[in-house]
Design a binder for this molecule. Structure first.
Ligand code: AMP
Ligand code: MG
Length: 353
């Protein structure tokens, strides 16, 4: 299959041209086809969420396990009622504050939502993204777009159209290229199908921001990295995921100790003939004399680290690095989401410096 990569950035064309291109993409969706598109979090792989055959194409293109449900994207509040039942007041409050934006909420599903879209569950995950191209695509694609991240299952989520092309070229008819995304990690997921709302996946919208709005919210105990053996509640969070090809090892501790430890580990691995990658920050990158060193962003701006995380992992994939040692990051603000993704990418391999 030929994959058209359609530029929808504003540098070389006017608004009307861009809108026309997005409407053409919406037509593909309404016909049951797949289109990859930018959102503010990561690139999504979209299909008509109410068409079971269309949803199945997503699983096939990604190689995604069929029990891993898809998030349905909507473009206006009124459409929530059509796919979700028993939406509590607290969820409405969150929607008012954070939609459109990087927040996904889970409810009981209505009858029009096929089980193919929800991975066989009676619940449905819903988000209203804020990216203008995503909103227009949803509207012109029929109002309900099922879209997981547009990567091959198990690879890091795409934050640029080039990443989508790496994974999806030849498998889907169209990629809308809106340039690099703003946030860079997936939406926060809050489950409202239980008594007390529960965060199933941390993201840009933090637990504190949610508590400020609705009071009590719990963290899925399966997310906390320990040896309890409890599985995360979101099916997608249980897979080793977001993962680079190389083995990734996180090194924790004070700044000086971490640098010293990483340098020592890099030296040992190089001696064994392994090709080594190092993930540092703008502040520390010059402190690593060995290996291929990449900065993930600056510690003065947690958002910059989130934005570059997946891109850096993909760059290392292309360099055929065998082992990556990474600094680790604090749990403040978006740091919790960054840490969660890094732990998953590392398969929870951590070394204390
Ligand atoms: P992705 O769109 O690739 O970021 O993946 C969507 C995430 O949402 C996965 O981790 C899914 O397991 C999770 N998810 C979607 N729908 C539900 C649901 N109904 N219940 C629990 N988790 C869900
Ligand atoms: Mg994903």
């Amino acid at each position: 299959m030929e994959t058209a990569i359609i530029n929808i950035t504003e540098e070389t064309q006017n608004q009307e041209t861009i809108m026309e291109k997005i409407r053409a993409a919406g037509h593909i969706i309404r016909q049951g086809g797949l289109v990859a598109f930018p959102t503010e979090t990561v690139y999504g792989l979209g299909a008509d969420a109410l068409n079971p055959q269309a949803s199945e194409k997503i699983y096939a293109a990604k190689g995604r396990p069929s029990d891993n449900p898809l998030i349905i994207h909507i473009s206006n509040m009124g459409d929530l009622e059509k796919i979700a039942k028993n939406v509590p007041k607290s969820a409405r409050k969150l929607a008012e504050r954070f939609w459109p934006g990087p927040l996904t909420m889970i409810f009981e599903k209505s009858d029009i939502v096929p089980l193919e879209t929800t991975g066989g569950l009676q619940t449905v995950a819903v988000r209203m993204p804020s990216h203008p191209a995503a909103l227009l695509l949803i509207e012109s694609g029929g109002g309900f777009i099922a879209a997981p991240s547009a990567n091959t299952s198990g690879r890091p989520s795409p934050t640029r159209a080039e990443h989508v092309a790496e994974d999806m070229k030849g498998r889907i008819p169209m990629i809308l290229d809106g340039g690099p995304v703003g946030i860079g990690i997936e939406s926060t997921i809050v489950d409202f199908s239980a008594e007390v709302p529960m965060i199933l996946r941390p993201g840009y919208i933090t637990a504190d921001m949610i508590r400020e709005t609705i009071g009590e919210v719990r963290m899925d105990p399966g997310l906390i990295p320990d040896d309890s053996g409890i599985s995360p509640k979101a099916p997608g969070m249980k897979y080793r995921h977001y993962a680079p090809k190389a083995q990734l090892i996180l090194v924790e501790g004070s700044k000086e100790h971490v640098q010293e430890k990483i340098n020592q580990l890099a030296k040992e691995a190089s001696k064994e003939g392994k090709s080594v990658g190092i993930i540092g920050t703008d502040e520390t990158r010059d402190g690593y004399p060995l290996g291929i060193v990449k900065s993930i962003g600056t510690r003065t701006d947690g958002a910059s680290i989130a934005r570059h995380l997946y891109g850096v992992l993909r760059e290392f994939d292309q360099l055929d690095v065998e082992i990556i040692y990474s600094e680790s990051f604090s749990e403040a603000g978006i740091g919790q989401a960054v840490r969660n993704r890094m732990m998953k990418a590392a398969g929870r391999q951590i070394i204390e410096a």
